[in-house]
Ligand binder design. Structure first.
Ligand SMILES: *Cc1c(COP(=O)(O)O)cnc(C)c1O
Length: 361
């Protein structure tokens, strides 16, 4: 059913047919113009598998889906871009996402030349999503091909319920793809929407190894959806998106012992999030700290302390432009020591020990 939503000019289009994608068997490889000698002794002279099977297998196990329901991408940023390119026709289609949310949805929409609509989350209601109201807005517009649901949402930290996601999938079955970006789901302890892909063929889930798994430098994301859509996305993906060394490092990072370590760090991040939340809530520097299910906190301070934090060597993310408010900061959860240091610096700002020009504090 979702097939009619893809770009019609791509319906008959075939992807570039790379040498490796033909899956031929043999032992003398004269088909890809590579150097015949393996000077690295690691097989780096050959093009890698278009989808590295060992990594696909490890990720499918991790996310509890079948191997044909997963496409490995160069970070979920690439997954976002591939979906926009596959579904959205230049100057005709549109996408919808929250305001505020992760910036790449808008960037990909702009690059593809399609309209970007924002659905404003209610700041006074801790950004809780009203599904009926969102549906009403989507149905006002004719060509919204993709609805991006970032959950937990960056930068607000709140989670969208699976019931809400199911409502969107059901109601918009003939109209839009629902793309649930779960970059931070590990920190929420909640179930992934990947459990729903068998029920809704207009549902796509994005996962990444960049956040909870500590592998941002490797650029490994996953698009999780039904097998038919996985095949169609292969029309628009680069021939060899995942370097051999990346696949090797990612597979190593998904071994049982490393996963146990990841889990313990994840729990630590959640504990530190609670500790920092409680500290900030009680701090006289803070107007409002928003509850978060991710590994960051959105905080409205009483004054703009961004530069004072910088001067103390602590770099946080200013949300001034997003909220049109200089006092809004997004603070990632650091190590226990880093959170201690942050709290100490905040104490010093509070007592006026930091910041020469402190008259606003
Ligand atoms: C960080 C982030 C990503 C980017 O993930 P990569 O896999 O590193 O490209 C995707 N979505 C959201 C919401 C993010 O915050």
């Amino acid at each position: 059913m979702f097939e009619k939503l893809i770009r019609q000019d791509l319906a008959e289009f075939n992807a570039y047919s790379s040498a490796r994608s033909l899956n031929l068997k043999g032992n003398i490889w004269l088909n890809a113009n590579e150097l015949a000698y393996d000077l690295s002794n690691e097989g780096f002279n050959r093009y890698p598998e278009p989808q590295p099977q060992e990594l696909v297998h490890a990720l499918a196990t991790l996310y509890q889906v079948s191997q044909d329901e997963i496409l490995v991408t160069r970070g979920s940023d690439e997954g976002i871009d591939l979906l926009v390119r596959l579904f959205c026709t230049y100057q005709q289609d549109a996408i919808m996402a929250f305001k505020p949310t992760f910036g790449m949805y808008q960037v990909s929409a702009r690059l593809q030349g399609v309209e970007y609509f924002e659905y404003a989350l209610d700041l006074t209601n801790e950004f809780t999503l009203d599904i009926d109201d969102l549906l009403k807005e989507i149905n006002k517009k004719p060509n919204i091909k993709l609805v991006f649901i970032c959950s937990p949402n960056n930068p607000t930290g709140n989670l969208i319920s699976l019931e809400g996601i199911e409502r969107l999938c059901l109601t918009l079955a003939d109209k839009s793809m629902i793309v649930v970006d779960e970059a931070y789901i590990e920190f929420s302890g909640e179930q992934s929407a990947a459990s729903l892909i068998k029920q809704y063929d207009n549902l796509v889930v994005l996962r990444t190894l960049s956040k909870a798994y500590g592998l941002a430098a490797e650029r490994v994301g996953s698009v999780i959806t039904n097998a038919r859509l996985v095949s169609l996305i292969k029309k628009v993906i680069a021939p060899y998106p995942i370097a051999l060394s990346v696949a090797q490092n990612a597979v190593a990072a998904l071994q049982t012992a490393r996963l146990a370590l990841v889990k313990s760090k994840m729990f630590e991040a959640v504990r530190e999030r609670t500790r920092l939340f409680q500290y900030l809530q009680a701090s006289s520097l803070v107007n409002k700290v928003y509850p978060s299910q991710a590994n960051f906190l959105l905080v409205q301070f009483k004054v703009d302390i961004f530069n004072q934090l910088c001067q103390s060597g602590i770099i946080v993310r200013s949300m001034a432009k997003v909220f049109n408010d200089e006092t809004m900061l997004r603070i990632s959860i650091g190590t226990v020591e880093e959170v201690n240091k942050l709290i100490k610096v905040l104490e010093n700002i509070n007592t006026g020990t930091i910041g020469a020009n402190n008259e606003t504090a």
